[in-house]
Design a protein around this ligand. Sequence first.
Ligand code: HXC
Length: 533
Amino acid sequence: MVFGATFKIYNSKIVNNQDKLQQLIDLRVKARQGGGEKRIDTQHQKGKYTARERLEMLLDEGSFEEYDMFVTHRSHDFGMEDKVFLSDGVITGHGTIDGRIVYVFSQDFTVFGGSLSETFAQKICKVMDQAMKVGAPIIGINDSGGARIQEGVKSLAGYAEIFQRNIMASGVIPQISAIFGPCAGGAVYSPALTDVVIMSDKTSYMFVTGPKVTKTVTGEAISEEDLGGATVHATKSGVAHFRADDEDEGIMLIRKMMEYFPQNNLEDPPTTECHDPIERKEDTLNEIIPDSTSEPYDVKDIIYSIVDDQEFLEFHRHFAKNITVGFAKFNGQPVGIVANQPNFLAGVLDIDASRKAARFVRLCDSFNIPIITLVDVPGFLPGSTQEYGGIIIHGAKLLFAYGEATVPKITITLRKSYGGAHDVMGSKQLRGDINYAWPTAEIAVMGPKGAIEVLEGRKIKEFSDPEAAAKYAEEKEAEYRNMFANPYQAARYGYIDDVIEPRNTRFRIIRALQTLATKKDSLPAKKHGNIPL
Ligand code: HXC
């Protein structure tokens, strides 16, 4: 018999209450040992915590209440009746984070490699169902070898039960996934269905098919890390919203994130007392936009200087860096910020940036988090790679997300806002509630250079002297810039509600949020929209 082998719960020798109590204590001790000391040591040697240690770190001290500690698998194949572990490889229950209830499950790699059995899945489904009933977030910590091979098809059914619950919970309660070990095969789809995915660097990976199958099917030789490590998913695929240096940072991120989420879609996000003066003026903002419209600057400098206490929880920091998204607070009220980033690819909208921002806008809208949009966008990225990749569809996602969102939407145009990208980025016509512009804003169909090429191209070509041609083009560009590259054309039509002094931005946003606190907006009755996926 191996460690944790079958035990008799109904020991006939137990007759008095004292023995019964002792039996309970013994069983609890045994359950807490998971797969045993040796496997726990191996887990630690890999730089990983155990499932229970992770929950201890995640939840407020003493708040964890465990369910189903006495659950064991019911498998008899492959000698499984002799290998029985209390809890069956997943720790489930509820606790609190900063006093607010959350439901949790934490996969225990020391028991059958954290693999998913029928009963394992039932335990997860039970906490998911309770989280839905109570209206509280669900946090899953993944560290698993996938389907329990000895249980075959029952494991597959178990995954599907979880997927279905992820789908039903989407947009109802916040769902957060931490990946602190293997997560492979169909198992990846549960985290992928959740709102936030955090991966620990070097100790986690996610892929649909691993290196061995990849080699067999395609001939490509690739390591686990290069195929599905945290860096890959945080930079290339966008599957991971956060790459944490280690599990400690990953857990800290989850706790931090909960400060911005409401418990469910029927509640507002929690507000906190704000010690940062709401009327704080930032004089540096009056100078932050470079005189040359093509010169980059870091939009995060603007974000940090306007939000409470310079705190910005950035999502997808390493993915599609031409757009910046994340949570912050204004006067203690959580908001989502979406900002074009001129420091990277001039802040252009491409496929990845559109996907990233669209998902974030929908996350905010699902959970009643107002959206602040900071615009400096030269347009959509041109070229066959983008067109073949479906920039039309992906750009439409962002358009759809903004137009559909009913939360308060405040848009500040900082500099460029050209063409279709202008419409997309929280414009008035996509139900932007309050649209401000800085005096440096340029809201037009296109930039001066492109416009003059179209309007004056033929005439410019007729010049025999290239210098004269260049001078003519320059003059025309200046004329265009004076006429169109400013915020006042848009303001004339009421597309911009006011042109504001940059240093007052924080105060103007806070007042706009206060004004919109009672905003009500809705969508026509429908089953659901058909967002261009
Ligand atoms: C049962 C498993 C298991 C599994 C690991 N173990 N995976 N038991 N079912 N899927 C057990 C091992 O037998 C071992 O038991 C212990 O867990 C630790 O495993 P090791 O291999 O020693 O650990 P390590 O070297 O760290 O390797 C981890 C691993 C590897 C990379 C995850 O175990 C592995 O490749 N496992 C199989 C992965 C897999 O193919 N899963 C099915 C995917 S398909 P002992 O007793 O020795 O401690 C799938 C379909 C889902 O998941 C579809 C949903 C729609």
